[in-house]
Design a protein around this ligand. Structure first.
Ligand SMILES: O=C(O)CCC(=O)C(=O)O
Ligand SMILES: [Fe+2]
Length: 275
């Protein structure tokens, strides 16, 4: 296996391994690379839906997404798609998947199934590098803080997606979610300190209202993106990305209007988070 950095502080491309048939020791190396770098990209993979599920299970459990359409024949697979006549995409702002769950998904495995002729890249940002780059003052202000996360405002019947042309495709509008996590967590495997708030699902700091929380929340989310902690993936047929939802944020570019894009996602079960 050969590993090449995608950016100074985020992401690696891994060559020389076939994900559908990798050995246990290759699997361990892949897991570690993802925990550490936030995302790993694999090219030219042959990966059927069965391979996707079998490989996902090697990580542990699969958390089925409550909102996205599911692949008809394989209900563990969520379909992340945009049709040529649709304007809104899924995941088109910086976020991390499922932070609204008390035990959030560890990671996601995204497989390119149909790509637009150009555009539709995905970006990631490293939350360990983000934490390290915060000023001492900001680090002191968030020491010991916890934050409340939910997806209700995004997916409910009158939520953000319902007001767009993506609303008709989504499920789970009646669900209620809510979770409290430390603002700075330690990665369960690497021990690295990570900033764990995001503008999509984090509502307020515990003990503060939304209004009281917003200035600091926005300051943190702005500071979380630096010149060196982001990477960008140009998808090709056969590309697979696997990311760690604790180590990284991601953002799907919506710059391919009039074209179809379809990705398949499996979300991997995680563990409780601690400071
Ligand atoms: O379509 C993409 O590139 C990513 C969308 C997204 O946020 C996700 O699948 O979790
Ligand atoms: Fe996402």
């Amino acid at each position: 296996m050969k590993t090449t950095a995608m950016a100074p502080e985020c992401g690696v491309e891994i060559e020389g391994v076939s994900l559908r048939s990798c050995s246990d020791s290759e699997m361990d190396a892949i897991k570690h690379a993802i925990y550490e770098h936030g995302v790993a990209v694999f090219r030219n993979q042959e990966f059927s839906p069965e391979d996707h599920i079998k490989f996902g299970r090697r990580w542990g459990g699969i958390d089925v997404n409550n909102y996205f359409p599911l692949q008809e024949d394989f209900n563990e697979i969520a379909v992340v798609k945009k049709e040529p006549d649709e304007q809104t995409n899924i995941g088109g702002a910086w976020h991390t998947d499922h932070s609204y769950d008390q035990i959030p998904a560890m990671g996601s495995i995204l497989v390119a199934r149909e790509l637009p002729p150009s555009g539709g890249d995905t970006m990631w940002a490293h939350m360990g590098a983000a934490y390290d780059a915060l000023s001492d003052d900001l680090k002191a202000r968030i020491e010991g803080l916890e934050a409340f996360h939910t997806a209700d405002h995004v997916y409910k019947a009158d939520g953000l997606y319902a007001q767009t042309d993506m609303g008709k495709n989504l499920r789970g509008q009646d669900l209620k979610t809510g979770a409290v996590h430390p603002v700075v967590i330690r990665h369960p495997h690497t021990g690295r300190k990570l900033l764990y708030v995001n503008n999509a699902f984090t509502i307020n700091f515990v003990g503060q209202t939304r209004e009281e929380s917003l200035p600091l929340l926005n300051e943190l989310c702005d500071a979380a993106l630096t010149d060196t902690n982001q990477c960008r993936l140009k998808w090709e047929p056969g590309t697979i990305a696997i990311w760690d939802n604790r180590t990284s944020w991601h953002n799907a570019m919506n710059d391919y209007q009039g074209h179809r894009r379809e990705m398949h996602r499996i979300t991997l079960s995680g563990e409780a988070l601690a400071a």
